[in-house]
Design a protein around this ligand. Structure first.
Ligand SMILES: [Zn+2]
Ligand SMILES: [Zn+2]
Length: 254
């Protein structure tokens, strides 16, 4: 295994005592991707062709804006708009309104996602759901999950580190569960699943108790009582459920 490039960040993340080691890795990969694209990569033709094509999600537009480099942002947006206008023209020309049948009118969609869509709506949906930054860190991210399984299978010390961790956030727990069945060697599955499920349940309980004490602290009788580990219960609980560091200041250009 190509040790170090992947194993070191995974080991570091598990040593960080974060509510989720994979959130910790994701944040680093995301910041690297933002500094990369707004550093100087946007000046390279092939990369710009990709950003023109793929665009960015709303979350990453906000993070790019916060990062700084106004000229870089403007240049990226400008050529993206040129590309979008070309595509829009093609889609508009290919669009033919369908005659709505009585049946289709009666069958009202519950949400916009329920509709089958048409050439224009599908295009708009595709454009708003693709993101250069999401793509670039997702590609690396699955490698880190693979490295995690590799370390579980091969490294006793790492298995101990995993057992002492705080488990994972709900989204990353779901991703690990989706991959473990096919990627992890059968031999390690019983112990792995037992540890994982125990960690998740223990740590959900811990967060729930932190929140409970946080609430009790509002009782005037507990005014002078110790906060214990509850002071930052809200941001940690939000990370545990939403894979987000709500207290992070905006990531900015140095
Ligand atoms: Zn996470
Ligand atoms: Zn994105």
């Amino acid at each position: 295994m190509k040790d170090t490039i992947y194993t070191i960040p995974v080991t570091d993340a598990f040593k960080s005592a974060d509510e989720c080691p994979f959130c910790y890795i994701k944040r680093k990969l995301e910041q690297d991707a933002i500094s990369f694209i707004l550093g100087s990569a946007y000046m390279e033709d092939d990369i710009r062709m990709t950003t023109d094509e793929v665009g960015f999600c709303s979350d990453h537009f906000k993070k790019m804006y916060d990062y700084g480099n106004r000229l870089g942002n403007a240049l990226i947006l400008h050529t993206h708009f040129i590309k979008l206008q070309k595509e829009l023209k093609e889609k508009v020309e290919a669009f033919n309104p369908t005659k709505a049948s009585m049946f289709a009118k009666l069958k009202r969609p519950k949400t916009v996602d329920d509709t089958t869509g048409n050439v224009v709506s599908n295009w708009a949906k595709e454009k708003t759901h693709s993101c250069y930054i999401c793509d670039s860190y997702n590609k690396n991210f699955t490698r880190y999950i693979g490295t995690f399984f590799y370390l579980i299978e091969s490294n006793e010390e790492f298995r101990a580190l995993f057992k002492e961790s705080k488990g994972f956030c709900l989204p990353h727990f779901g991703e690990i569960m989706a991959l473990a069945d096919t990627q992890l060697n059968d031999k390690y599955k019983p112990e792995f699943y037992a540890t994982l499920f125990e960690l998740m349940q223990e740590n959900f309980k811990r967060i729930e108790e932190d929140l409970s004490w946080f609430i009790d602290k509002y009782d005037y009788r507990n005014k002078d009582a110790d906060w214990k580990t509850s002071k930052d219960a809200i941001p940690r609980a939000m990370q545990k459920l939403g894979s987000i560091y709500v207290q992070d200041p905006p990531f900015k250009e140095k």
